[in-house]
Design a protein around this ligand. Structure first.
Ligand SMILES: [Cu+2]
Length: 502
């Protein structure tokens, strides 16, 4: 079996550890230390006991510019943000007073959000939000006025999709991300670059039963396959201007970038980041995360965000290594609310001009609504769940609903369990079957269901580097008309190794 590598982003594994450390009384610290990091690198844990001592310990980290030192700094920030969650949660009683002090002292050098006056934990890809309780991983540095962060997650996957429409493939997928921000006057200037190794898997992507969308060669639609992401997934800049301690206005532009439409993309939300396969609802919810040409403007009012985008409606083409021509022929708007630290809600709607290269006469209106709940619990554990609904209204064509429920449970930063259940009304699955109508005309609609469950075991292998081994199994519920095409009751699985740099 060949194993290669894939990437994602915003992987949550060490945060809960850091935050628990900080929130706990001294004696518990030692206890925690011993069991949480049996094989973990010395440097990673060494600085942590310092954190509770006081501002004097923090200041030096703030000024250092090495990756290691500022890693501490990054964690400090994460811890501070997570504290607030603790304060509101069940730890309130026993950590309350201590937390207050910590929050104050961390605040000054927290890595801020690109778009508003809140901790960066709230932000995911593009201009999307996650709950404030979201862990935020990455290696941090400070260079003069600039704060930098890098993060990479690379998976090598062996994929088996069952039945006559399935297939086998070993591939590399994933993501490498760099971010930079600095304060400019009353505002924050931010840049983000996100790259993917996906194009090296070839233009036809990987087998994924029931997945549809985009094309491998400009002629044949990808059906029962997931397209590779483009080499450049996000090259974007933003500027936000603070209006008050809790409000701001912002602009964001990307080539490519992500318009204000849908939940945070699957590889950027805590509930989905550890799952190496794309959701089959991708084109109902978050497929616009790589859009060549996006301009977004928005307003942040405390825990609310309202924003609008103009962008290129057309999906990326089959040439995955290039930068495509930007256009602003489509638009969207999104309202996001984080009512409590553990929850983020959004509704959004957009008009996509001619999204599919193979049916250029079809425009799409899309509506999405989603909720993401992320709850750290006990000391090193995390639970994150997303529910999302997306409706595609093709003009001309069908109106199609997609539902997604995904959830992830991480124990002791080491054991991850995940599941994703989806229900999608599809009209492209039989597009390439002889005798069926051509693309773009009104096709029969089939409602299909898929459930994947899996897990990962992680071990630290070096400073900032973790190796995980994982697997998942997928089952389907198909309408009887489709069953013969899929061989009745197929089973699919993936096994994977992943490296995470954070
Ligand atoms: Cu995608």
């Amino acid at each position: 079996m060949r194993l290669i590598f894939a990437v994602s982003c915003f992987l949550p594994l060490t945060f809960a550890y850091a935050s628990a450390q900080e929130a706990m009384p001294k004696d518990m610290h030692h206890d925690h230390h011993e069991h949480a990091a049996p094989s973990s690198p010395k440097k990673e844990t060494a600085p942590e006991p310092k954190q509770p001592k006081g501002p004097a310990d923090e200041k030096p980290a703030d000024k250092k510019t090495t990756s290691h030192s500022n890693h501490i700094h990054g964690r400090t920030k994460v811890s501070a943000a997570k504290h607030q969650g603790h304060r509101e949660g069940r730890h309130q009683a026993h950590t309350g007073g201590m937390d207050q002090g910590h929050e104050g002292m961390h605040e000054a050098h927290e890595m801020k959000g690109f778009l508003g006056p809140y901790p960066m934990n709230r932000e995911a890809s593009g201009t999307s939000w996650l709950p404030d309780a979201t862990p935020h991983e990455g290696i941090h540095q400070t260079y003069g006025e600039w704060m930098l962060m890098e993060h990479a997650l690379i998976n090598g996957v062996y994929d088996h999709q069952g039945g006559p429409r399935g297939g086998n493939k070993a591939f590399v997928g994933g993501m490498v991300m760099g971010m930079a921000e600095r304060t400019v006057g009353d505002g924050t200037l931010g840049f983000r670059a996100m790259l993917s190794p996906d194009p090296f898997m070839g233009p036809s992507g990987y087998p994924l039963l029931l997945a549809t969308g985009e094309t491998a060669d400009g002629r044949t639609p990808l059906i029962d396959r997931q397209h590779p992401h483009d080499l450049f997934m996000e090259l974007a800049g933003s500027y936000s201007h603070k209006l008050s301690p809790t409000s701001s206005v912002f602009v964001y532009a990307g080539l490519p970038g992500e318009p204000a439409l849908g939940p945070a993309a699957f590889m950027h939300r805590t509930s989905g980041v550890d799952i190496p396969e794309a959701p089959i609802t991708h084109h109902w919810l978050d497929s616009t995360h790589i859009t060549f040409g996006v301009v977004t403007a928005g307003l942040v009012l405390d825990n609310w965000k309202i924003e609008a985008s103009s962008f290129r409606g057309r999906e990326p083409d089959q040439h995955r290594f290039d930068i495509e021509e930007p256009k602003l022929d489509s638009y969207s708007a999104r309202l996001t609310w984080n009512p409590i630290r553990e929850l983020s809600l959004q509704v959004s709607a957009g008009h996509l001009h001619s999204p599919e290269q193979l049916s250029p006469e079809v425009n799409e209106d899309r509506i999405t609504a989603s909720a993401t709940y992320t709850q750290p619990f006990a000391q090193n554990n995390l639970w994150s769940t997303t529910f999302a609904w997306g409706r595609k209204m093709n003009h001309p064509g069908n109106t199609l609903d997609g539902f997604l429920l995904e959830s992830e449970l991480i124990f002791n930063r080491t054991y991850t369990l995940f599941m994703r259940a989806e229900r999608v009304a599809e009209d492209e699955l039989l597009e390439n079957v002889a005798g069926m109508p051509e693309t773009g005309t009104r096709m029969p609609v089939f409602t299909v269901n898929k459930v994947s469950i899996g897990g990962i075991y992680d071990v630290p292998v070096a400073d900032h580097l973790k190796l995980g081994i994982g697997g998942l199994v997928s089952k389907y519920a198909l309408p009887s008309t489709l069953k013969p095409f899929y061989g009745g009751d197929p089973t699919s699985f993936m096994v994977f190794l992943r490296l995470e740099l954070s």
